[in-house]
Design a protein. Structure first.
Length: 396
């Protein structure tokens, strides 16, 4: 394992994400396998573990507390997050923070993040009293480092950075060679670099989709490194970024852990030529509509829709069903969502890329209508949280 310096501390460049833990046939966390993987990770020098309230129906934190509690506290850092994006009716910083400490069986969190600060959740996070509570916990030594994770688009990210200037120590974003352009990660990294915030990476394999590539693209990588896994390339691409400190990988089985430990056995970043190759592969696989964000179409729209944004969300949704798209659309006022497109075609007549914009709007609206809303998903989960608070004791 190699390490990155963060304020004088040595953090393993590979972090263990716990959103996709091994599960048994009933979908419950396979605790024994997770414990074996935890032991293996710690033995190989991983010292950063990341959990959150909603992962695994609120059971990930408990699983982490049990698995990590079997090791000395100074051998691991634990990150947890405030679930401000979950539409929780009784959300309260103190209530949830205290519960999280109990669930994880710890007296303090090494890292604590405002979870998924985005267009859909920003009103929760604008609450100055909420932040004040967490700053007090930090002063009391119950949080060592404060940060935030975000899927926000650039305008909101700028606002967040201004709002929390000097209060946040790191930022966690979705970053990999596909999202470099698909989710505008390049521009987000630039903003974070300017703000002097080190980057923590989530979804380095884009939800698993960069672990297997179409045959033709995989062959280009295999021709260079026949024995390397396809997934290892995205991690080595991230190793080339000096602003990245911890890269979280949600490992679901011992095989993924072994592959990641091999990749992080020594620092081995991609060369500039290899980086260009990966970015070319990303262009080949992402498909979707070729919107250049020129905005020639925008003034034509009688419904005043943010058409380039919709094209971007369509591409994101098209590649892999993504809750961030649902959250982004639901954050818009109802009159500005793709389903209000009247199909007049005035936008398409202006588009130099000849995109069938009304068709894309209709397809995006249909896709969104075919899946539960983010709010509905949260309400289902929240019923489980209510049950949790009825428990007097957290047991295995
Ligand atoms: S087709 Fe839809 S998106 Fe295009 S201008 Fe008409 S209403 Fe706006
Ligand atoms: S005119 Fe076409 S390429 Fe330009 S922003 Fe609109 S959809 Fe995108």
């Amino acid at each position: 394992m190699f390490y990155k310096d963060f304020k004088g501390e040595k953090l393993s460049a590979l972090g263990f994400g716990t959103m996709r833990l091994p599960v048994d046939g009933g979908g419950r966390i396979d605790q024994k396998t997770f414990e074996r993987m935890t032991d293996e990770a710690i033995d190989h020098g991983v010292n950063y573990f990341d959990t959150a309230w909603p992962y695994h129906g609120s059971m990930s934190e408990i699983a982490c507390g049990i698995a990590l509690g079997r090791h000395p506290r100074d051998r691991w850092n634990l990150a947890d997050k405030y679930p401000g994006h979950q539409h929780i009716p009784d959300l309260d910083p103190q209530k949830y923070f205290e519960a999280q400490l109990r669930k994880c069986k710890v007296d303090y969190f090494d890292f604590y993040l405002m979870h998924n600060v985005c267009e859909n959740s920003i009103d929760v996070y604008r609450d100055a009293d909420m932040l004040e509570y967490f700053i007090r916990q930090k002063e009391a030594g119950r949080i060592r480092h404060l940060g935030f994770s975000t899927h926000a688009d650039l305008p909101l990210l700028k606002e967040i950075l201004k709002m929390w200037e000097g209060q946040m120590e790191f930022c966690q974003i979705q970053l990999n060679y596909l999202d470099w352009t698909l989710q505008n990660a390049r521009a987000k990294c630039r903003l974070l670099d300017e703000a002097g915030l080190p980057i923590w990476v989530m979804e380095p394999v884009h939800g698993g989709s960069l672990a297997t590539l179409p045959e033709e693209q995989a062959a280009r990588l295999k021709a260079i490194r026949p024995d390397a896994s396809i997934a290892s390339w995205t991690f080595r691409w991230l190793q080339a970024r000096p602003d990245v400190v911890v890269t979280l990988s949600g490992m679901s089985d011992p095989g993924q852990l072994a592959d990641n430990l091999a990749t992080y056995g020594k620092e081995d970043p991609v060369s500039p030529e290899e980086s260009d190759l990966l970015l070319d592969i990303a262009e080949k696989i992402k498909g979707g509509v070729p919107c250049t964000k020129c905005r020639y179409c925008v003034e034509e729209c009688p419904m005043e829709l943010d058409i380039p944004r919709m094209m971007h969300l369509y591409n994101d949704f098209n590649y892999a069903t993504n809750y961030t798209v649902k959250m982004a659309v639901e954050a818009l006022p109802e009159g500005q969502r793709p389903d209000v497109c009247v199909g007049c075609g005035r936008c398409a007549a202006m588009c130099p890329q000849k995109i069938d914009i009304p068709g894309v709007m209709s397809a995006l609206a249909d896709k969104l209508a075919s899946v539960p809303t983010w709010k509905a998903e949260c309400e289902e989960r929240n019923a489980g949280y209510a049950a949790f608070f009825k428990e007097t004791e957290i047991t295995r």
